[in-house]
Design a protein around this ligand. Structure first.
Ligand code: NAP
Length: 503
């Protein structure tokens, strides 16, 4: 990193993301003394604020949402924030920003685009034209938020337009799931321990389930969500990235390009579904009441729930299904990755009668109860050979304290300022996500022409058809992090004929 002062420019400083995520993360970093000493924050937006006004607005937001501030600390932190009032299409605003940077002297500048997606190219183009992206006085980086395009074609176009101004290593595409502590811990779990990796393959793993469930509905974002739906909102980015981290090969080093290479290599091995196959390997659902949400079309066919079965065609994972599901208004907010191991081939215990041993389950809980649980069989005391599953548990809160897990935006902001792109997504990672999900979106569209979308009740685990997707393979959805081992019932037999189990 070039020495000298750093400036963080938040485009869209008066918006929701700036209030809800960016400023609270920056304040928290400031309190922990992790922000660079000389970091200045410039808010850029069209709203009628001045320096004091935007500082007050941020503080009020934090206090109204239960995050108190220390008077002295806040005053010091707020003193670093200034406001530049300008439209994204106004040259004068960029001219003014350039003078602020010139006055600050040689140093870095991170431009965070918390802007409506239609402005991404516009802002970057103007940053280029005004000379702000030139690196003669220090580094220049741009953070881009999701959504990154709405299909493969638009993502490629967006990458092309951005590359007309910036090198790839100046672009930081956010996927805040990748920056969650628990996802980073997955790398540590896999690659800093010897006991998991030998089992992490088709010889021992029966299948993998990844669930990203939300309890809330579309809230105030009905019109946006109706255009987007669950595949674009969650699967193309978060779930593809999580799957890549779970299944990729060990990177040569914990370094951005080495990590990205492995993730992209893994996603390139995921079998692409044909739209005509979607009925067999995917299903969609809509929560009751979605069409009545403000901003949603009364005849909307947008899916608020989806479940997919994917295969990875490589040596490690050949024939191992990855079941992915996500939806809104589900029973519980939870994000978890469950690795279901194969059952023991033969049970030797006398007196076990008709008892069938359960498989071991490794549950990686990303939220809300962050931790790792390993389920295995134990003998019930004072019985001949009765067995029951029990859990070996690691909980972040117990091991490292309640406040150990910072918000993902803290990590992302620090890394972007430090120039570490490991937790951001490279252009080919974005495009491959679309290559995999475009046929699913098209398949859902074709399906919608043939039959109505299955409707599920809010507070459930989605439409009944979601159970059939696994039921056909004689498996069932598991609830690793919320369901205690003792309550878990046996998983179905995994003797599904190989032919049945293949795409
Ligand atoms: N909010 C989240 O939690 C979240 C999560 C993930 C990704 N994102 C992404 O982050 C980006 C920003 O989201 P957001 O929720 O913060 O959106 P938002 O609340 O609509 O904020 C957009 C900001 O841009 C400003 N703006 C709009 N048009 C402008 C113009 N022509 N000139 C200057 N300023 C203008 C807005 O000012 P006004 O207030 O005057 O409109 C506001 O400050 C989007 O790409 C979104 O998809 C957001």
């Amino acid at each position: 990193m070039t020495a000298g002062p750093a400036t963080l420019v938040i485009f869209g400083a008066s918006g929701d993301l700036a209030h809800r995520k960016l400023i609270p993360a920056l304040y928290s970093l400031y309190v922990k003394q992790r922000l660079p000493q000389d970091l200045t924050i410039v808010g850029f937006a069209i709203d009628d604020f001045d320096d004091e006004g935007i500082r007050r607005s941020y503080r009020e937001w934090i206090e109204a949402h239960g995050g108190g501030v220390d008077e002295q600390r806040w005053r010091e932190f707020a003193g670093r924030i200034r406001y530049l009032r300008s439209g994204f299409e106004e040259d004068a605003g960029y001219g003014e920003l350039k003078s602020i940077l010139d006055q600050a002297g040689p140093g870095g500048c991170l431009c965070y685009l918390a802007v409506p997606p239609r402005f991404i190219v516009e802002v970057i183009r103007r940053l280029g034209e005004s000379g702000i992206t030139r690196e003669d006085g220090g580094w220049r980086r741009v953070v881009v938020e999701k959504p990154f395009g709405h299909d493969l074609e638009s993502a490629r176009r967006l990458n092309r337009d951005i590359h007309a101004v910036l090198r790839e290593d100046q672009i930081y595409r956010i996927d805040h799931y990748v920056a969650k502590e628990t996802v980073q811990n997955l790398l540590v779990l896999r690659f800093a321990n010897t006991i998991f990796e030998p089992l992490w393959n088709r010889n021992y793993v029966d299948h993998v389930q990844i669930t990203l469930a939300e309890e809330v509905g579309v809230e105030h974002r009905g019109a946006f969500y109706d255009r987007v739906g669950v595949i674009r909102d969650i699967f193309q980015n978060h779930l593809m990235q999580l799957m890549a981290v779970v299944a990729m090969e060990p990177p040569a080093a914990l370094e951005a390009d080495a990590l990205h290479n492995e993730k992209v290599k893994l996603l390139a091995a995921v079998r692409v579904m044909e739209p005509g196959e979607v009925e067999r390997y995917a299903l969609r659902g809509r929560y009751r009441g979605f069409r009545e949400e403000p901003g949603v079309a009364p005849d909307s066919e947008t899916a608020t729930f989806a479940a997919l079965k994917l295969y990875i065609d490589n040596w490690r994972w050949d024939g191992v299904p990855f079941y992915l599901r996500s939806g809104k208004k589900l029973a519980r907010k939870v994000t978890e990755i469950l690795v279901q191991f194969k059952r023991p081939p033969h049970l030797v215990f006398p007196g076990a009668g008709g008892f069938r041993a359960r498989s071991n389950l490794l549950a990686l809980c990303l939220q809300p109860d962050e931790g790792v649980h390993l389920r295995f069989e134990a003998k019930v005391p004072d019985t001949v050979a009765e067995m029951r599953p029990v859990d070996m548990e690691f909980r972040y809160a117990e091991s490292f304290g309640e406040s150990a897990i910072p918000d993902a935006y803290e990590r992302l902001l620090l890394d972007a300022v430090a120039g570490d792109r490991s937790l951001f997504v490279r252009n080919d990672g974005i495009e491959i996500g679309w290559r995999l999900m475009d046929p699913v979106i098209e398949g859902f569209r074709l399906d919608a022409e043939r039959r109505p979308c299955p409707v599920y009740e809010p507070g459930t685990w989605g439409p009944a058809e979601a159970d059939e997707l696994l039921g056909r393979d004689r498996r069932r959805w598991l609830y690793g992090c919320g369901e205690r081992a003792g309550e878990a019932c046996d998983t179905a037999s995994h003797e599904a004929a190989a032919g049945q189990d293949q795409l």
